[in-house]
Ligand binder design. Sequence first.
Ligand code: FPP
Length: 274
Amino acid sequence: MSQAKVPAGLDRKEAEIYLRLDPERLPQHIAIIMDGNGRWAHRRHLPRIAGHRAGVASVRSTVETAARVGIPAVTLYAFSEENWKKRPATEVGFLMTLLCRYLKQEVPTLDRNNIRLEYIGRQHELPPQVRERMQWAREATAKNTGMVLTLALNYSARSELVDAFNSLVKAAASNGGIDHLLVDEDSIARNLYTRHLPDPDLVIRTSGEMRLSNFLLWQLAYAEIYVTPTLWPDFRGQHLLEAIAEYQKRERRYGGLVNPHHGNGAVTHNNGKH
Ligand code: FPP
């Protein structure tokens, strides 16, 4: 076990887990459904917002560790379109304030880790002061060339597909009409909010729920799913590395057959049969 292999900045526990990983087979994009803030607060007899506040430290630790070990892209489900309608206005307001504060405070940390910030979701429906702060943070980190951190804000996978189909139809209409409508997997993927990203290899959901909750439904078609009982405010970089270790034990098939001669992870393609 050579210490030289451990990236700078990992703590002892993270370094221990990292040394069990194969650095050649890291997931290229990890999507995370951050869940359990309310339950975390409830267990401590605190208001729900205390859980969200505590969740910011989890975001910081997870994002920094991902960047340190060289994950190219992380996408966090911070706020769904449904959250607007189904949560009390005071909680929604608090989440917006927390986001603005996070963006202001974290830009130096993002810079230090060479992280570029992006967003997915219907941004035009967010309050103007939130949009301004988002734009500022995106521009402030635009020069960074390392990990891409994408925040899903006011995001819904179904709305994303609706928006993608509408932009395909619009493009066809302004380019000679319906005969020029080209709908295939590539044209849809090019019109998704995630056109700047590869599909996630791994999706993590905290707090034990077994749902995708309208998150990246198209892009997660072949992702490995990792559900942990850990509540989001208790999640740290070491938990991310544990999820990656579990991912590396899985055998990915993409609809193909397992090739018995190549051991774990090897796949032979079967022309699209699942
Ligand atoms: C789910 O917990 C969490 C959210 C809806 C919000 C996530 C927000 C943060 C982690 C903090 C801010 C984020 C950023 C990017 C700065 P829940 O309230 O649904 O928990 P419950 O299911 O236990 O009620």
